[in-house]
Ligand binder design. Structure first.
Ligand code: HEM
Length: 305
C-alpha cells in the first residue's frame, strides 16, 4: 500500500513537471546569449546605428530612451510604440507630437535584417538602441537579456491611461510605478533620464508655445547627475520632477545622487534592467516584425513620423 501511494506521488510529480514544461513553452525566459549564434553582430550593428544617429542629432539618444520607457511601461517591452496607424500609441496623448526618432529604429532594423533576416525582434533592437544611446551620452551601461517578441497590435488606450503625466504628485508616481514593481528609489533614479536633452515646453499642455527649453538646462548633452543638482536648486520644468525634491521622502536620495554620480548610475542601471524585463512576449507569443512600423499580417501603414 505504501509503495503504491509513493508510486502515485511520483507519477503526479512527473506529470506536474511535464505540464509546467508544456505550459511554459509560450513563456520562454529572456536570455543574454539568445542571439549569440543567430546574430552575433547584433549589438555592434545597433551601436553603429545609434552612433550615426547621435552624430546627426544628439537629442535622438533621449528620444529613443523616452520611447523605450513609453513602450515598456505600457504592456511590456514589445515594440508596440513603434507601430504606425490611427490606432497606434503614437497618437496617444503622452506621445502625440512628442514621441520621435522612429526613423532611427527603421534604419537599424534595415541593417539588422540584412545581416540576420527575420531573426531579431524590434523589441530587442529598441532595448539595445536605448542602452547604446545612453552609453554614447556618457551614461551608465547595463546587462540585457534577449528573446522578446513584438506585439501584434498597439495599445493606444493603455498608453493614454498608463503613462505618468507631468503634473503627477509624488504619491501618483509611487503608486503608478509601484504597480509595476518599481520602488521609490527606482522612480527617483529613472527620472534622472531627464538629464538629457530637450523638452518642447514652456507648457505644451496649455497650448501654443513651442519654444524649445531643456529639461537639464545646464549639461543637456551629457548623461550625468546634473538633473539632481537642478532639482535642489528648483531649476526643472516638470512638476513631476520637482516632487522628488519637495520636503518629502525622496529628498535625501536626490541629495545623494547630486553628490555621487556613481550611486545614481548604479541605481539607474538597475532600474533600467527592471524596465527591460517588464512582461515580455516570448516563445510562441507575438512575432518578429519585418518592418517595425507594422505587424507582418497588416499592409504597411502610412508613416506618421
Ligand atoms: C516620472 C514620470 C515622468 C513624467 C511625468 C515624464 C514626462 C516627460 C515630459 C512631459 C517630457 C517632455 C516631452 C516633450 O514635450 O517633448 C519628457 C521628456 C523626456 N522623458 Fe520623461 N517623464 C517621466 C519619466 C521618464 C522616465 C522614467 C524616462 C526614462 C527612463 C524618461 C525619459 C525622458 C526623456 C529622455 C525625455 C526627453 C525626450 C526628447 O528630448 O525627445 N522620462 N518626459
Amino acid at each position: 500500500m505504501a509503495s503504491c501511494s509513493s508510486f502515485n506521488f511520483l507519477l503526479e510529480f512527473w506529470l506536474c513537471i511535464i505540464i509546467i514544461g508544456l505550459s511554459d513553452n509560450g513563456h520562454a525566459q529572456l536570455d543574454a546569449t539568445f542571439y549569440d549564434d543567430s546574430c552575433p553582430e547584433l549589438v555592434s550593428i545597433v551601436n553603429a546605428g545609434m552612433k550615426q544617429a547621435i552624430g546627426r542629432e544628439s537629442r535622438l539618444a533621449a528620444s529613443i530612451l523616452r520611447n523605450y520607457f513609453h513602450d515598456c511601461f505600457v504592456s511590456g517591452c514589445d515594440a508596440s510604440i513603434l507601430l504606425d496607424g490611427k490606432d497606434s500609441e503614437k497618437f496617444a496623448f503622452p506621445n502625440l507630437n512628442t514621441a520621435r526618432g522612429f526613423e532611427v529604429i527603421d534604419d537599424i532594423k534595415k541593417d539588422v535584417e540584412e545581416a540576420c533576416p527575420k531573426t531579431v525582434s524590434c523589441a530587442d533592437i529598441l532595448s539595445i538602441a536605448t542602452r547604446e544611446g545612453v552609453r554614447e551620452m556618457q551614461g551608465p551601461s547595463w546587462e540585457l537579456k534577449f528573446g522578446r517578441k513584438d506585439s501584434l497590435e498597439p495599445k493606444q488606450e493603455m498608453a493614454n491611461n498608463g503613462l505618468p503625466g507631468p503634473s503627477s504628485t509624488l504619491g501618483n508616481l509611487k503608486e503608478g510605478f509601484g504597480e509595476k514593481g518599481f520602488t521609490p528609489t527606482d522612480v527617483t533614479a529613472l527620472s534622472g533620464a531627464h538629464t538629457i536633452e530637450k523638452n518642447k515646453k514652456e507648457c505644451p499642455f496649455e497650448g501654443g508655445d513651442f519654444n524649445v527649453a531643456q529639461l537639464d538646462q545646464t549639461t543637456p548633452l551629457v548623461f550625468d547627475n546634473q538633473y539632481y543638482k537642478n532639482l535642489m536648486e528648483r531649476r526643472v520644468l516638470l512638476d513631476s520632477d520637482q516632487v522628488l525634491f519637495s520636503n518629502d521622502t525622496q529628498d535625501d536620495l536626490v541629495t545623494t545622487y547630486s553628490k555621487d554620480q556613481d550611486a545614481f548610475f548604479k541605481d539607474f542601471a538597475q532600474a533600467m534592467v527592471k524596465l527591460s524585463n517588464l512582461s515580455p512576449l516570448t516563445g510562441d507569443q507575438g512575432e518578429i516584425r519585418t518592418n517595425c512600423r507594422s505587424s507582418n499580417s497588416e499592409p504597411e501603414q502610412p508613416l506618421t513620423d
